[in-house]
Design a protein around this ligand. Structure first.
Ligand SMILES: Cc1cc2nc3c(=O)[nH]c(=O)nc-3n(C[C@H](O)[C@H](O)[C@H](O)COP(=O)(O)OP(=O)(O)OC[C@H]3O[C@@H](n4cnc5c(N)ncnc54)[C@H](O)[C@@H]3O)c2cc1C
Length: 198
């Protein structure tokens, strides 16, 4: 029996796996992908992520070979990154696949069992445990744990199996309105530069 079963080896599942692994828990991560995806929807880590990764000493590797972004945006509303002096407030240009690689390496080093090619397809639970039905390369098997955490993305199987609704919007558009700032760079922090020179 696993202590915690995590469905999904994306950044959220891998970060959680590392956190639980640090606490000495037995953790199994399931993901249907046979190998880590090279596709990187994300290209940058911003302040909150940087702070969390820094707290675990995981930003050092990232800073070795990435660039600090001069500005970041949400919905095309740009934030001037020149105002902060703390390296944790910088935004770093790094492919999501690289972040996932670092998170996975850390989790594995802490004893986490990452099962690729293994998809969660069903679950039952009682007061004592949850039992996942997993479809792996050799067919289906049952895996029990004290907890199961759904980190399986926007089309979450866990959410579907539990009948939990999606309370957010499915509107694919997300826009800001108004004029983006047109200020010119005022300090080194506002220009592109390798993080290793910071
Ligand atoms: C175009 C685009 C650009 C983005 N840019 C940025 C950016 O620059 N910076 C940033 O911080 N974020 C960015 N994001 C957001 C970021 O990509 C997501 O927030 C992040 O991927 C969510 O991570 P996650 O682990 O929750 O889910 P996911 O990354 O979706 O991972 C879910 C995992 O669950 C697995 N899974 C699915 N079904 C099952 C199942 N049944 N059983 C087990 N596993 C399963 C999947 O194979 C997958 O590996 C961007 C997103 C998009 C779409």
């Amino acid at each position: 029996m696993s202590g915690v079963i995590i469905a999904g080896a994306g950044p959220v599942g891998l970060m959680l796996a590392g956190e639980l692994g640090r606490s000495g828990l037995s953790v199994t991560v399931l993901d249907p992908l046979e190998r880590r995806s090279e596709r990187s929807p994300g290209v940058a880590v911003n302040a909150a992520c940087v702070e969390a990764l820094d707290q675990r000493g995981l930003m050092e590797e990232i800073r070795e070979d990435c660039f600090i972004l001069p500005a970041v945006h949400f919905s095309l509303i740009f934030l001037d990154m020149s105002k902060g002096d703390d390296a944790s407030e910088d935004a770093y240009m790094v492919p999501q696949s690289r972040v996932e690689e670092i998170l996975e390496n850390r989790a594995v080093s802490l004893g986490v069992d990452i099962r690729r090619g293994h998809r969660l397809v069903g679950l039952t639970q009682d007061r004592a445990e949850v039992t996942a039905t997993v479809r792996g390369p050799d067919g289906e098997y049952a895996l029990s744990g004290a907890y199961l955490v759904g980190c399986d993305g926007k089309h979450s199987t866990v959410r579907g199996l539990l009948g939990v609704g999606m309370t957010g919007t499915e509107d694919p558009s997300c826009h800001g309105t108004g004029s983006p700032p047109t200020t010119t760079p005022r300090s080194p922090r506002t220009s592109w530069r390798p993080a290793s020179s910071a």
